[in-house]
Design a protein around this ligand. Sequence first.
Ligand SMILES: *Cc1c(COP(=O)(O)O)cnc(C)c1O
Length: 396
Amino acid sequence: MSGFKGLAVPGPTNMPFEVRRAMDVALEDHRAPDFPEFTLPLLADLKTVFRTETGHVFVFPGSGTGGWESAIANTLRPGDRVLASIFGQFSHLWVDMCRRFGLKVDAIDCDWGTGVPLDLYEAHLAADRGHEIKAVLVTHNETATGVTSDVRAVREILDQLGHPALLFVDGVSSIGSIEFRQEEWGVDVAVAGSQKGFMLPTGLAIVGVSAKALASRPANGLPTCFFDYQDMLKFNADGYFPYTPAATLLRGLRASLDMLLDEGLDAVHARHFRLAEAVRRAVGAWGLRLCAQDPRWYSDTVSAIVVPEGVDANDIIKSAYEKFDLSLGGGLSKVAGKVFRIGHLGYLNEIMVLQALGGAELAMRDVGLSFEPGSGVGAAISYLSEPGADAALAAQ
Ligand SMILES: *Cc1c(COP(=O)(O)O)cnc(C)c1O
């Protein structure tokens, strides 16, 4: 088919031309004497994006899933108890990984469409007087349902109770796109990946680790090798890596960090809010609703849109892909067939959002949904052309 393929899934995201160009380089010597001149500022700028001063941000070859593994393996012992909640496919998979590592997981099952259950976390942690729970897991942005949870509130609960558990956050679809403050929120391990907000190809696990987590490697802990924080830290101190780094991706990361920092993190967050809100207006105009059950949980990086009873969301996704060359995100696991997802993160502007919304309308018409053609696109345009659309962020 002629024309660009539209990519409106919540990762991999659209890759900026600047990033592609930065990676079109010859392979390089990662032991060269001048390599640290490139890597040391890169590692420092990652700390700015994670908003940590006393922590360290690691870059492993891998993906977000590897980042989860690094958090578990570097800080816990087999048989340790951790507290988690499941409200979507990614929070579910992280719990599954914990169990495979021999951890005892207190996993709270929640409605898909809700976020981290703060009251239940509080009750659970308050009851744990012996401090058996060693880590608390929070999926900051559940990509399967379009739900953002309140990480800061979990930190406040831990502090109020004086509970020493480590706080692990899955920020794979949030860090670099929406507000995330590792140091201020007391996050001990924050996991991101390259192919979402960082606008790169898949291939890096990017993991922010607090000074507390770095110092809390237990005796008789789980074994680590590839993902060992101490090995990596030792080499990173001089700008090197214990094994071959994905240097080409690091060149791309340099370009993506330049873009994020030039725009400014606050402006990046405001842009994500504005574009997400345009999508939400469209969903409302179609007469549909989000999977996220309450506005406090609305995600600014992905919207999961619930289709009416009797409609298979996969038909919409199939039509969009086959007839209009547009990739929309599918419903995963429990919500398969019930939702389709529009990713709105990373390298994205108004026109790209309108393209996704227009494509979704074409596909929804194609499978026989009844709604006024153009209503969603129109609602988005109305919102985006309101002079106060940015001010809405300040009022959040
Ligand atoms: C994409 C994603 C993951 C998985 O990351 P991979 O890079 O695919 O391993 C984990 N958590 C969330 C919230 C995600 O969006």
